[in-house]
Design a protein around this ligand. Sequence first.
Ligand SMILES: NC(=O)c1ccc[n+]([C@@H]2O[C@H](COP(=O)([O-])OP(=O)(O)OC[C@H]3O[C@@H](n4cnc5c(N)ncnc54)[C@H](OP(=O)(O)O)[C@@H]3O)[C@@H](O)[C@H]2O)c1
Length: 228
Amino acid sequence: MKVCIVGASGKLGKYMVQHALDRGYEVVAVCRERSVEKLDDFEGRITVIPGATNDREVIDSAVAGCDGVLVVLVPWGVRDYSSGTAQAVLDYAPPGARLVFSCGWHITRDGKDVYSRKFRWMVGAFSWLARLFRFADIDDQVEACRRVFASDTRWTVVRGSDLEEGESQGLPVWSWHVGDPILESNLTRRVDFALFMVEALQNDQLIHEAPAIVGCRTTSALAHARQD
Ligand SMILES: NC(=O)c1ccc[n+]([C@@H]2O[C@H](COP(=O)([O-])OP(=O)(O)OC[C@H]3O[C@@H](n4cnc5c(N)ncnc54)[C@H](OP(=O)(O)O)[C@@H]3O)[C@@H](O)[C@H]2O)c1
């Protein structure tokens, strides 16, 4: 299995690289030129292609021959970074490749997610500040996901809760909609978010789904498990 990890130098990205290597996958990593050194720990074990993740030529060469592509869809900057990254992957990934994209709970696929007032306020405040100071563009991440949802590639969009560092607790549990009781704890270890992304490559039941995930040891996940 050969996988490309787009946005490999970030926290989530590096965990995904490690999980992919643990499974014996061949890894091609894409990250910004200035961040290549963040991948030094993997030197000799992965191929690094430096460049902006929304650079179509970079993505074209990075995904060649890959069976799967894992994409960190970050909204940073105001130059369509998310949608440009998503579009390049959708356009250049080999036909039949599994594509797994990451984003947060704020992305909704069918409008049936139910958000708390606090959550809506936080997202609204972040979007407003991001627009004001031009450091991020949440609307572009929404657009990126809209394009993925409309695509007929073999995609999954993994929607992450709030994240924390810490040792792995195991594969997160998931549900279709934010607001479902199992998700109430709204916390996932970042290493386990990465685990879910890598496991999704081999899980055909997640094709054309946008699972919202939460840590398997959180209060809400454990309460749900007791009910079964
Ligand atoms: N609370 C949360 O943080 C949270 C919650 C839910 C879901 N998520 C999702 O988790 C994913 C990433 O999370 P993370 O915790 O791993 O974040 P992270 O470590 O901060 O990684 C961020 C990524 O963004 C890149 N980046 C940073 N600044 C950039 C810029 N100005 N222009 C372009 N790229 C830039 C980084 O690349 P460099 O290494 O080159 O800087 C890295 O690949 C995203 O898909 C996000 O939507 C996050």
